[in-house]
Write a protein that binds this ligand. Structure first.
Ligand code: NAD
Length: 516
């Protein structure tokens, strides 16, 4: 490695974030305990053990859940703008800790330092958004059909929100859910990915300061490190009013089914299989940058990563050649070193999945324009660094229909835009999509009801990198959930319709007569 990770100030950041060599992984507002197995968190950047974490067991789970339920009784009575004040303070703490937390995200998860800092910025942005929203949880008023009656709708908190998150956004997804949950009057219990437990502990330490300074009950923010067994407890607990799940479609299917069985609410944010259509009217300079960033950013481990390029045949060869040239210039290495474009995959299992997908693609007839492979040697001791690769394929290949969470980009050709849109939609997932064109008709067709079927459809930007102001999520096997901005807060509240009669008689709706 050109530099040791200590040279990037990792040790200091860990200390500033309250991470020790041995940690307890269950927290109720910063009070730690844990009685489960011990897991070890290794950095995919250098293969080094960062720290150990004792996970939670079923009793630990019950303890934080009981604390959460108790805290909810108090928290729901605090006016929303006052809860917004807590979120404002949380955002300020994040501003203070941005460098340290961004660095830990990069070191534990493996994304570039810039993307780690960007993830913390998303946390800050959602806090700002939620503070304003805390004064705007509006309901409708409507005219009653009965004289002397008034009707309106109001929103109440749900209770305990269970958050289950994926490894690839180890801090932002929790913050999106927490900031909105809090202003809505809910308390949270978080099960982070067991692949990034230290990021979760760092977040709990930051939020615990806010709770302490405001003398708030600890149960408002619970967290338990554990595997699928803990996730299962949270999902099947009737005391969890809403499960906000971010992860693979495979696990999301189990979670969604189990929550539905008990008539709970769920927000499902699952896998994507995102495409960019590049038309003959595209600005190719922009298209190449958008496609390369989308495909290799976070080493292809974003739910919105660009996996497919659907290219008009007249510009196909030029796009293919320019992409191959751009891939030749990519620097792969330690993501904390800002000169590198591509960091490692999360672990050896992910490397195996990447290699298996390349083999399957070849077996189905895919031709590699840029070959993949695992990097070895002095700078790549963790064994998690792989080469971003590009293959020419057909959309119907089984492997192309799947999300492989790695930097494999598939190219395919089209003649008519209608066919390109059909190909873009012809996958089970429906998260993010984009068209590169300077032609208004093409752009508007793509955005029309006959266009992209995804939750996100962009023009002249890539598929990855959403802002927090919009509702985020996707259709079909991406789960249909929405998180983050816009009016998503409504998912975190229960709606109640109220009718008030201020007369001395009791007229019934629809003019029904019932005289005694
Ligand atoms: P994963 O599905 O393996 O794990 C996600 C979380 O679910 C982890 O915390 C895991 O411990 C937990 N879990 C596993 N089994 C469970 C069970 N039976 N019950 C309850 N919880 C269980 O996903 P991952 O590998 O961590 O993340 C990558 C996936 O997440 C990709 O498919 C990616 O597209 C998706 N993702 C989606 C979004 C989105 O917003 N749509 C965002 C980020 C990641």
């Amino acid at each position: 490695m050109s530099k040791k990770n200590n040279d990037f100030g990792i040790e200091k950041s860990l200390k500033n974030l309250g991470i020790s060599k041995e940690n307890k992984g269950v927290s109720s507002g910063g009070k730690y305990f844990a009685h489960g197995e011990t897991i070890e968190s290794y950095s995919p950047t250098d293969g080094q053990l960062i720290a150990k974490v004792k996970t939670g067991d079923a009793k630990d789970y019950q303890k934080i859940m009981d604390a959460a339920k108790e805290a909810f009784k108090e928290f729901r009575m605090i006016p929303s703008p006052k809860r917004g004040e807590l979120v404002r303070q949380f955002g300020n703490k994040l501003r203070e800790k941005k460098d340290d937390l961004g660095k830990l995200v990069s070191y534990e998860m493996g994304k570039s330092l810039q993307e780690g800092l960007g993830e913390v910025q998303e946390m800050i942005d959602i806090c700002d958004f939620a503070v304003g929203l805390s004064r705007q949880l509006h309901g409708y008023t409507m005219h009653s059909e009965r004289p002397g009656h008034r009707m309106y709708e109001q929103y109440h908190p749900l209770g305990v929100v269970g958050i289950i998150s994926a490894f690839n956004f180890p801090v932002a997804v929790w913050a999106w859910n927490t900031a909105l949950s809090w202003i809505c009057g809910n308390v949270t219990v978080w099960k982070p990915s067991e692949k990034t437990p230290l990021c979760a502990i760092a977040c709990q330490n930051i939020i615990a300061e806010v709770l302490k300074e405001n003398k708030m009950p600890e149960g408002i923010s619970g967290m338990i490190v554990g595997d699928h067994k803990i996730g299962d407890l949270l999902v099947n607990d009737k005391d969890t009013a809403l499960i906000s799940f971010t992860g693979s479609t495979r696990v999301g299917r189990i979670v969604g089914t189990n929550v539905a069985q008990r008539f709970g609410k769920s927000i499902l944010e699952l896998g994507g299989n995102n495409a960019i259509i590049i038309t003959e009217n595209a600005d190719l300079d922009m298209s190449i940058i958008g496609a390369v960033f989308g495909a290799v950013g976070t080493a292809g481990q974003r739910c919105t990563s660009t996996r497919r390029l659907i290219i008009q045949e007249s510009v196909y060869d030029e796009v293919k050649n320019r992409l191959a040239k751009a891939y030749g210039q990519l620097k792969i290495g330690n993501p904390l070193d800002e000169k590198n474009h591509v960091g490692p995959l999360i672990d050896q299992d992910a490397v195996k999945m990447y290699l298996d997908s390349i083999e399957k693609c070849k077996a189905e007839g895919g031709t590699f324009v840029v070959e993949g492979g695992v990097l070895e040697g002095k700078n790549y001791e963790s064994g998690c660094y792989v080469k971003p690769c590009i293959a020419e394929v057909e959309n119907h290949f089984e492997i192309v229909q799947h999300e492989t969470f790695a930097p494999i980009l598939y190219l395919m050709k089209y003649q008519n835009l209608e066919d390109a849109i059909a190909m873009q939609n012809d996958v089970p997932q429906g998260l993010s999509s984009a068209i590169m064109t300077q032609n208004l008709r093409e752009a508007e067709l793509f955005l029309s009801q006959a266009g992209s079927d995804c939750g996100i459809a962009n023009v002249n930007i890539g598929t990855s990198g959403a802002e927090i102001g919009g509702a985020f999520g996707g259709e079909k096997e991406t789960g249909g959930g929405r998180e983050s901005g816009s009016d998503v807060w409504k998912y975190y509240m229960r709606r109640q319709t109220n009718t008030i009669n201020y007369t001395a008689s009791l007229p019934l709706a629809q003019g029904i007569k019932f005289d005694l």
